[in-house]
Design a protein. Structure first.
Lengths: 189, 492
């Protein structure tokens, strides 16, 4: 029996819990994921939260836009839902399942909830498309061209802004035009 | 293991979302232009008169526009009429006025389409700026909207011309069934339309009506057709070449074709304060545009920094716009009450011009609808924002007119056309001379009457009593075949 075997087991295990898991020589954590894999998972989680959050935020803003054109009202109401709903789901989920996982699990739930709403919004384009397009119109009128492009993209529209249109040459053949033509006899082009 | 599961779910969902977004079909669409706030109420009018300031204060004191108002969409017949909107500076800070979107159009059909869509539609319009004859012609189609002219933004000044065979507008017409006029009528072919306009046609009908040819006797001949060659008269837009000699244009008839702002009754009822603020800004924009014509023309031509609506087409070149801007005489706020409303007492007001235009358009078949009663002119905006007209002294009280004699025709004056009165109502003739004096601001009038010099002097005196300056009246001894004949002469 070695000397180490004589040490109290409980203490040893509790100290092991307290110390943070250190990667082994092969780069694996105590959970089994390598550090590079953990990085990929973190990036994926971030992309999910960002992508889902953006689409959901714009979608909810366009939904609130049915009621009001005010930017701040639209933004704050949409932000409240984008943050509040996944937070509520995380809270309920963690309490009921006892899965643990800490902040990483909360971020995962945020990403899944937001991506779920985003996919639902984009899939139901018969209903969401007019909302996104109208949202794009609001941004275009307010001069926020980047956000307008985002909203139009989500609505499946390729926008042409007024200054991007090519100007026609001279006189547009209108009632107010001043053509150079003969009013009698033959018309000069 | 659970972290792997959530990772896979998130990755799959992200890829699904990206796939859905990238593989959907993207349709093309015109985005609305950036909306620039109207800076009317922030003291933007340089050198605004105290009366103007008072008017603005009245707007402020009235019912203020609601925050986050929808933009006021303005459609104009021609790019040159949008110059005022381009000259309105963006509001500095928060303005209590609404914002403006501009939609210059080149056909009356497009104007009607935008008004029909309404201001709530990005491709619609709340207000239209167009010449009065165009408004009269389009009224029938837009009747359900109850459109009203509520502001005179200018007068046409040389955009329309009347051409005639030598002396044809000065002598009594032959008693023929119909008289040919080369002009764009209601059923003109599409290729003929660029050579005329509603305003030009009404100007031609006016000249013939004065000569004693009722509009119902006029047969329109499309410009460019073989028939056009033999017609004695033509009413066309400036720039269209015509073999007949130029008789006169709206540069002579400088108060005959007003350019008006038109809005629906619903708009004036529901957003009156906004329309008032817009009217003040627009008139201010007209004076700003006049100070920087090259800059405005360049911006319009390049569609640069303009609050354009969705679906606006291409603009003409800057040179064309500069020429067209010179063919409009702008109106000021101070001149509004002399044209619209109960204080407008002159011979030429928006009411009299509307009545006359309607009569000519109806007779000529440009519109099938009779003039509504009351006329579609709304004075409520002008009466709130514009100062009362300056009291012009009546002709009899004018200095130098007391005991004035009606002299001979000024040397070098050019006859434009003749007004021939067939019925023997001296008061009516005098009223018509007063109307002509108001419409042709710089013309003089040679009055001849059956009965010779004495009868002509009696008519001239009656015209003087109607407010025509004695120095603009001359009498002739020759006896016309009609009850009276008045030659309208342009001074050299």
């Amino acid at each position: 029996v070695g000397k180490d075997d004589l040490l109290p087991k409980k203490k040893a295990s509790s100290s092991a819990v307290k110390t943070s898991p250190k990667p082994s020589s092969s780069g694996k954590t105590s959970g089994g994921a390598s550090s590079s894999m953990r990085r990929v998972m973190r990036v994926t989680r971030g992309v999910g939260v960002f992508l889902g959050g953006l689409v959901t935020l714009v979608g909810l803003m366009s939904l609130v836009g049915i009621v009001t054109d005010n930017f701040w009202v639209r933004f704050l109401v949409a932000l409240l839902v984008v943050v509040g709903l996944p937070a509520f789901v995380s809270d309920r989920f963690l309490k009921r399942t006892n899965l643990g996982g800490g902040l990483a699990m909360v971020a995962d739930i945020f990403a899944i909830v937001l991506l779920g709403i985003a996919i639902a919004l984009v899939s139901a384009d018969f209903a969401s498309k007019p909302l996104f397009v109208r949202e794009g119109d609001r941004y275009a009128r307010s001069g926020s061209r980047t956000m307008a492009r985002v909203a139009y993209f989500l609505g499946g529209v390729s926008p042409t802004f007024p200054d991007e249109k090519s100007a026609a040459p001279t006189g547009s053949g209108s009632a107010s035009a001043a053509p150079s033509a003969k009013a009698s006899g033959s018309v000069r082009p | 293991m659970k972290s792997y599961a959530t990772f896979i779910v998130i990755a799959l969902m992200s890829m699904t979302l990206v796939f859905l977004l990238l593989t959907r079909e993207h349709i093309k669409r015109d985005a609305p232009a950036e909306v620039v706030d109207v800076g009317a109420l922030d003291g933007g009018a340089d050198g605004a008169s105290p009366a103007d300031a008072g008017a603005v204060a009245t707007v402020d004191a009235g019912t203020p526009p609601r925050p986050a108002e929808k933009p006021l969409r303005v459609v104009t017949l021609g790019w040159e009429l949008a110059a005022a909107g381009a000259a309105i500076p963006p509001a500095a800070g928060g303005s209590s006025t609404s914002s403006v979107e501009l939609a210059p159009e080149t056909t009356l059909d497009a104007i009607e389409a935008r008004l029909a869509r309404g201001g709530a539609d990005p491709q619609g319009a709340d207000v239209a700026i167009m010449p009065l004859p165009a408004f009269v012609v389009s009224y029938e189609k837009l009747r359900a909207l109850e459109p009203r002219a509520f502001l005179v933004v200018g007068f046409s000044h040389g955009r329309e011309e009347v051409h005639a065979a030598p002396g044809a507008l000065l002598k009594a017409p032959a008693a023929a069934d119909e008289v040919k006029l080369v002009a764009v009528g209601a059923s003109a072919a599409a290729e003929a339309r660029p050579y005329g306009s509603e305003s030009a046609t009404v100007l031609g009908l006016f000249a013939l009506d004065e000569l004693g040819i009722a509009p119902s006797r006029v047969r329109f001949v499309d410009p460019g057709t073989p028939d056009a060659k033999g017609a004695p008269f033509a009413a066309i837009v400036r720039g269209a070449v015509d073999e007949r000699k130029l008789a006169f244009s709206t540069a002579d008839a400088s108060r005959l074709v007003p350019i008006v702002a038109v809005g629906s009754k619903g708009l004036l009822d529901s957003r009156e304060a906004v329309v008032r603020a817009w009217s003040t800004s627009w008139l201010d924009g007209l004076s700003r545009a006049a100070k920087d014509v090259p800059g405005i023309a360049r911006r319009l031509a390049a569609k640069e920094a303009l609050p354009l609506s969705a679906g606006v087409g291409g603009a003409p070149e800057a040179l064309v716009l500069v020429e067209r801007l010179g063919q409009i005489e702008n109106m000021t706020l101070a001149e509004q009450t002399s044209l619209i409303g109960p204080l407008a007492k002159g011979a030429v007001t928006l009411d009299t011009l509307t009545q006359r235009t309607w009569q000519l358009a109806r007779g000529g078949g440009l519109t099938a609808a009779a003039a509504p009663d009351p006329l579609p002119v709304d004075a409520r905006v002008v009466s709130m924002i514009a100062p009362p007209p300056k009291d012009a002294p009546r002709a009899p009280a004018e200095a130098g007119d007391a005991g004035a004699t009606f002299g001979a025709v000024p040397a070098g004056s050019v006859p434009l056309f003749a007004y021939r009165a067939t019925d023997g109502d001296a008061e009516k003739v005098a009223g018509q001379i007063a109307f002509l004096a108001g419409a042709f601001e710089r013309a003089v009038f040679k009055v001849s009457a059956k009965g010779g010099e004495k009868a002509a002097r009696a008519l001239a005196t009656a015209a003087k009593d109607h407010g025509v300056a004695a120095m603009r009246l001359a009498t002739g001894a020759a006896e016309p075949t009609a009850f009276a004949s008045v030659d309208v002469l342009a001074l050299p």
